[in-house]
Design a protein around this ligand. Structure first.
Ligand SMILES: *Cc1c(COP(=O)(O)O)cnc(C)c1O
Length: 381
């Protein structure tokens, strides 16, 4: 079965007895032990059929056996760190703001956290060659919000030589455009809140991989701390997932048009998008992603606040990968948790705008963007 077919078939097989063609919503928190297999179905923090339907399709999308669903992307990250972060975590320097907060929790328990520009092959080579066995390498690609591209196959090869484990936060690209496990990573992390669910109406997360030992450790940790997603949330993520490929296709095509508009505008100083041939990571992106994605960042020459307020269709809001287009200023929103010196060094400055492109009519989005860019006083005078 190919990817697009899995989206609407795996985890959605009609159950015997009723033949539901949509995965049933199982709300029970506990199970009658004489009727059910008492080991298989015990208590909903550990087992839930609606959740397992979702997990089956998430695993199938990366052609592996295991997926563990969580209440949020952060909950998935917390479990990954609890299980995998022992002495050292090497992290992409430009990552989701919340990831910095998560790393703070492991630093508090004595694990060393080392940020490195893994998008720079020279830096990645040096850092990974020195990685001790058992280190965790936490990659985000494309990075958020600067959209740097990390060569996953290369990083995985070097990390494995050193005996390290590689996790890729694949939230920004999503499984339709990039499959880290096929590139050699050990674990894919998703905030399913974003493109997987896609409708801006649910929080969720997942760890996807093919290792039995990790499956046991991840589910045991999730059961212990109780960071499970509710059945209705699983249902919503699963429902949203069915249109993932259709949404991604439209979003990537529209993003290309908006990027061309941004590149041509005198109000814009710099455009960062992996799909642009001039982007430093373009060659790697073209190899490991199918499409440049639906996220673009740029530096605006005028008043960013005024620009955001002039947009009518783009919501002035954080989050990404959803059906509605959104725009935000990372320095004052998503990346506020990043230490100010690191933020400045990376270039997450106040003029940086991040846009997540939705599924609206591309011409309407272009009109909205042109109108908002046209009001930039900095270049009009
Ligand atoms: C949103 C996001 C997360 C966190 O996910 P939540 O579902 O909000 O907890 C992690 N990584 C990336 C790249 C994200 O965009």
């Amino acid at each position: 079965m190919r990817f697009d077919t899995k989206l609407v078939h795996v985890g959605q097989e009609p159950p015997a007895g009723t033949g539901d063609l949509v995965p049933p919503l199982h709300l029970a928190s506990t199970y009658e032990r004489d009727v059910q297999d008492p080991v298989r179905w015990f208590y909903a923090r550990g087992e839930n059929p609606t959740r397992e339907d979702l997990e089956r399709v998430l695993a199938a999308l990366e052609d592996v056996r295991f997926a563990t669903a969580f209440a949020s992307g952060q909950a998935a990250g917390a479990t990954a760190l609890a299980v995998l972060a022992r002495r050292l975590v090497i992290v992409s320097d430009d990552v989701y703001g919340g990831t910095h907060a998560l790393m703070g929790t492991v630093a508090d328990r004595g694990v060393e956290v080392r940020y490195a520009d893994l998008a720079d092959p020279g830096v990645a080579d040096r850092v990974l060659a020195a990685a001790p066995p058992g280190a965790l390498v936490w990659v985000e690609t494309p990075t958020n919000p600067l959209l740097k591209v990390v060569d996953v196959a290369r990083v995985a090869r070097q990390a494995h030589e050193a005996g390290a484990v590689v996790l890729v936060d694949n939230t920004v690209a999503g499984p339709a455009l990039q499959r880290p496990l096929a590139l050699g990573a050990d674990v894919s992390l998703y905030s399913t809140t974003k493109s997987v669910a896609g409708h801006l109406d649910v929080l969720g997360g997942a760890l996807v991989h093919d290792r039995e030992d990790l499956h046991e450790a991840f589910t045991a940790h999730r059961t212990a701390v109780g960071s499970v997603p509710g059945p209705f949330d699983c249902f919503l993520v699963h429902r949203g997932l069915k249109t993932l490929s259709l949404r991604a296709e439209r979003q990537v095509a529209t993003t290309g048009k908006l990027v061309a508009e941004l590149c041509a505008s005198p109000a814009v100083a710099e455009v960062r998008y992996p799909g642009l041939p001039g982007h430093p990571g373009h060659e790697v992106a073209a190899r490991q992603m199918s499409g440049g994605g639906s996220l673009v960042s740029f530096r605006y020459r005028g008043d960013v606040g005024a620009f955001l307020r002039r947009l009518r269709l783009f919501g002035n809001a954080v989050s990404l990968g959803g059906v509605r287009s959104l725009a935000s200023r990372p320095a004052t929103t998503t990346h506020r948790p990043v230490p100010p010196d690191l933020r400045a060094r990376l270039g997450i400055t106040e003029d940086l705008v991040r846009m997540s492109i939705g599924i609206e009519d591309p011409e309407d989005l272009l009109d909205d963007l042109r109108n908002a860019l046209g009001g930039g006083a900095a270049w009009r005078s």
